[in-house]
Design a protein around this ligand. Structure first.
Ligand SMILES: NC(=O)c1ccc[n+]([C@@H]2O[C@H](COP(=O)([O-])OP(=O)(O)OC[C@H]3O[C@@H](n4cnc5c(N)ncnc54)[C@H](O)[C@@H]3O)[C@@H](O)[C@H]2O)c1
Ligand SMILES: O=c1ccn([C@@H]2O[C@H](COP(=O)(O)OP(=O)(O)O[C@H]3O[C@H](CO)[C@@H](O)[C@H](O)[C@H]3O)[C@@H](O)[C@H]2O)c(=O)[nH]1
Length: 333
């Protein structure tokens, strides 16, 4: 059974990937500093090494102790407005973190890596949908630090015989369809989580940032991808590397866009009640529309999404959020 080191495995997407690895017969080991992740997101029986991925000696030790054959690297800082306010912290965590990880991998002789990248590397796409070879012109320190990490990995790969699949995620949402994990931090900022909060009465209304974009209904358009499909894409990327496949950079989306208003309608439909919203000015740094050219990941990895539907994404997000809300609501009753 191949052991896989999962950095950031106590977080939202990493914890879903840990479950997907277990479902696929791999043995995950989590390395996480618990800065935004939570211990309870790591399933019982999965080893958790608490520490900083920038610590190359710690990474090397974890890889050797657990005889890891590959790494999935999720650990990062990822809130776009925070990256604008605290660029040095973002560059340190996302670039120095990746550097420490690579040093640890090279020292331990581990040469296969799946890396969490982001559509934020593209900035404002000139052509939609956006393909992997489109120009990368990030418009915030988060996207810039992730692009730099991609390039750092590319240099290390060339010199040290590493192979890496970098997955550029589009808008990740939803929760585990079996209810095992999901977003756990309060204070949601992502649209679907915010809309679920409003549907569950945990906030008054959703603020819609701009209805004057050049999009069909004037609101921002995004390519929402189910977190469970993203997790199986990681397992497919890992298998590709373990089978001797070469490095690749792949968009991870479904290739379809949904507007803010259509997301709100989907949440209303799933919740069976209205989601109040108010229109506000555009949010700084928001591209009007971001949609993936999503063919390459299917062709190269044979990835077959199982939850490719906005209703599924919203339904699973709402079920998870409702479950999280239940104890608090019972306490209030
Ligand atoms: N959530 C999205 O919509 C989205 C979109 C595109 C890309 N991504 C990427 O996916 C990855 C995971 O994001 P997420 O949404 O699960 O976020 P998250 O905050 O839930 O998970 C990040 C995890 O990494 C850990 N971590 C952070 N810095 C660390 C460090 N220096 N050492 C060890 N552990 C550290 C945190 O404690 C947390 O458990 C990130 O790399 C992010 O850039 C996320
Ligand atoms: O309360 C809200 C929240 C969001 N939006 C809009 O909804 C859309 C999606 O926004 P959000 O869910 O915040 O995600 P993005 O800003 O698109 O960014 C996400 O998706 C990117 C990839 O496309 C990743 O790089 C980022 O890390 C991730 O946060 C945008 O048009 C927002 O303006 C609202 O109108 N109201």
């Amino acid at each position: 059974m191949t052991s896989v080191l999962v950095t950031g495995g106590a977080g939202y997407i990493g914890s879903q990937a840990v479950l997907a690895l277990m479902d696929a017969g791999f043995a995950p080991v989590v390395l996480d500093d618990l800065s935004t992740g939570l211990r309870e997101a790591v399933p019982p029986g999965v080893p958790l090494v608490v520490g900083d991925v920038a610590d190359a000696a710690l990474v090397e030790r974890a890889l050797r102790d657990h005889r890891a054959g590959a790494v999935m690297h999720f650990a990062a800082s990822l809130i776009v407005p925070e990256s604008v306010a605290r660029p040095l912290a973002y560059w340190r965590n996302n670039l120095a973190g990746t550097l420490g990880l690579l040093e640890g991998c090279v020292a331990a002789g581990v040469r296969r890596l799946v890396f969490s990248s982001t559509a934020a590397v593209y900035g404002i796409p000139e052509v939609l949908p956006v393909a992997e070879d489109a120009p990368c012109r990030p418009i915030n320190p988060y996207g810039a630090s992730k692009l730099a990490a991609e390039r750092l990995i590319g240099d290390a790969a060339a010199a040290h015989g590493l192979s890496c699949v970098a997955l550029r995620y589009f808008n990740v949402a939803g929760a585990d369809p079996l209810g095992r994990t999901g977003r756990r931090r309060p204070g949601a900022t992502h649209l679907i989580a915010v809309a679920c909060d409003a549907a569950l009465g945990r906030r008054d209304a959703v603020t819609v940032f701009g209805d004057d974009y050049d999009t069909p209904d004037g609101t921002g358009v995004r390519d929402y991808v189910h977190v469970a499909d993203l997790a199986t894409a990681h397992v497919a990327a890992l298998r590709h590397l373990l089978d001797g496949g070469g490095s690749a950079t792949l968009n991870c989306g479904y290739g379809r866009g949904h507007s803010v208003l259509s997301v709100l309608r989907a949440v209303e439909h799933a919740a069976g009640r209205p989601v109040p919203h108010r229109i506000a000015p555009r949010r700084a740094g928001d591209p009007p529309a971001v949609i993936a050219v999503a063919d390459r990941v299917r062709a190269l990895l044979g990835w077959q999404p199982a939850h490719d539907s906005l209703d599924r994404i919203v339904g699973d997000a709402l079920a998870w959020e409702g479950r999280l809300a239940a104890p608090a609501m019972r306490a209030l009753a």
